[in-house]
Design a protein around this ligand. Structure first.
Ligand code: ATP
Ligand code: MG
Length: 363
């Protein structure tokens, strides 16, 4: 049997820096755990634009459809800010999500005890926190037509359209309910049914799927603005949160700060299962390309490393090995290893990206 395959797309900014640590960890699993992967590396985002004039080549797209999992670093940066929208680095990522049909974006927000003091919130509010935000990823206002900026009279008007079909809502609801059954058996669905038609439909469809397919799971509904408030007031009331593309973007960044740093947060984006039962899957840190710290060895590689742990769990059925990796991260944090993003200005000298990789490998 051939090894499971991984396509690595380091991308731009700190993407290649954090991904370098993941590559070392993949090698470690091959050597020490006899868990071997066929790994290939390619370009995405600004890096692909520089070489090919597009943020994702057709060849790379085709490989992404074939491999068992894609690991992505980050895309974008100030160098590409003035490019036409059609070739912006972010379009490379959007194309991957759209063509792989990665409709379910899993963003865990877990508070490592060693970092509880570092959260924006009081320790007792976040310690032991373990929630999962499931964000719809392939539809909604980021994709809806019509869109654009045009002239009306003598002023410009910017337009985006929020649009959801029943089946788009149903499939992401199912993935949230399935996940809840493996966790705390609780789903909270968030929308703005008070002011948005798509919100009314969202609430209807989630309720219907719940009643007909998942009556054993506890379901609640919340307006997304209240959800944002509850997330910072009492986040431990939640287990799985399911929400649309736009609210999910905002709410998961908000949840990010509960755990201490954007540099800690992994994500998985899953599609429908292939013939072999593995879902199409892309794993990436929640953070972006962080141009302000690029090339300085400051980036925290943990978000990217934990994204690979999610790949082990969700794409390769290696839950125990995923736990092994997560425990190593937990241990080095407990031992005091800190990159700059995990420290205050008076907390001493941070370690570098590579040093964080070193201590995690050792652990
Ligand atoms: P994008 O538009 O790609 O989502 P963004 O504008 O949200 O990007 P990020 O690139 O995620 O911004 O960075 C936001 C802030 O968090 C920056 O100050 C950045 O330096 C910091 N940051 C992000 N990722 C990391 C990391 N892995 N390690 C340390 N700091 C990080
Ligand atoms: Mg962002």
């Amino acid at each position: 049997m051939s090894n499971p395959s991984i396509l690595i797309l380091p991308g731009d900014g700190i993407g290649p820096e954090v991904m370098a640590q993941v590559t070392r960890i993949i090698d470690w699993f091959g050597e020490k755990r006899d868990l071997k992967f066929d790994v290939e590396t390619d370009l995405v985002g600004g890096a692909a634009y520089d070489k090919h004039g597009v943020p994702l080549s057709d060849e790379t797209m085709a490989r992404a459809m074939e491999v068992d999992a894609v690991l992505l670093g980050a895309v974008g940066g100030p160098k590409y800010d003035d490019l036409d929208f059609s070739v912006k680095p972010e379009r490379g990522l959007l194309r991957l999500r759209k063509e792989m049909d990665l409709f379910s974006n899993l963003r865990p927000a877990q508070c490592f005890d060693a970092l509880a003091d570092f959260s924006s919130l009081k320790k007792d509010i976040v310690s032991g926190l373990d929630i999962m935000i499931v964000r719809e990823l392939t539809s909604g206002v980021y994709f809806g037509e019509p869109r654009g900026i045009h002239k009306e009279g003598n002023e410009r008007v910017g337009i985006n359209t929020q649009r959801y079909t029943e089946s788009e809502i149903a499939r992401v609801a199912r993935s949230a309910f399935e996940l809840a059954r493996k966790r705390g058996n609780k789903v909270c669905s968030m929308e703005k049914a008070n002011v948005m038609e798509s919100g009314i439909l969202w609430r209807d469809v989630v309720t219907e799927i719940h009643e007909t397919e998942y009556p054993d799971v506890e379901l609640s509904h919340m307006y997304a603005d209240n959800g944002a408030m509850q997330l910072v007031r009492a986040p431990k009331q939640f287990d799985v949160i399911v929400t649309d593309n736009l609210f999910g973007d905002v709410l998961s960044d908000c949840a990010a700060m509960l755990t201490g740093s954007l540099g800690m947060l992994p994500s998985a984006s899953l599609g429908l299962p292939n013939a072999d039962g593995r879902p199409k899957a892309l794993y990436e840190p929640v953070h972006g390309s962080a141009p302000d710290i690029t090339g300085q060895g400051k980036a925290n590689p943990i978000a990217c490393i934990l994204s690979f742990a999610m790949a082990l769990r969700y794409s390769f059925d290696q839950g125990d090995e995923a736990t092994r990796l997560e425990k190593a991260v937990e241990k080095v944090l407990a031992d005091g290893a800190r990159t700059a993003d995990l420290m205050g200005p008076e907390d001493g000298t941070p370690i570098s990206t590579t040093q964080m990789g070193d201590v995690i490998l050792e652990a």
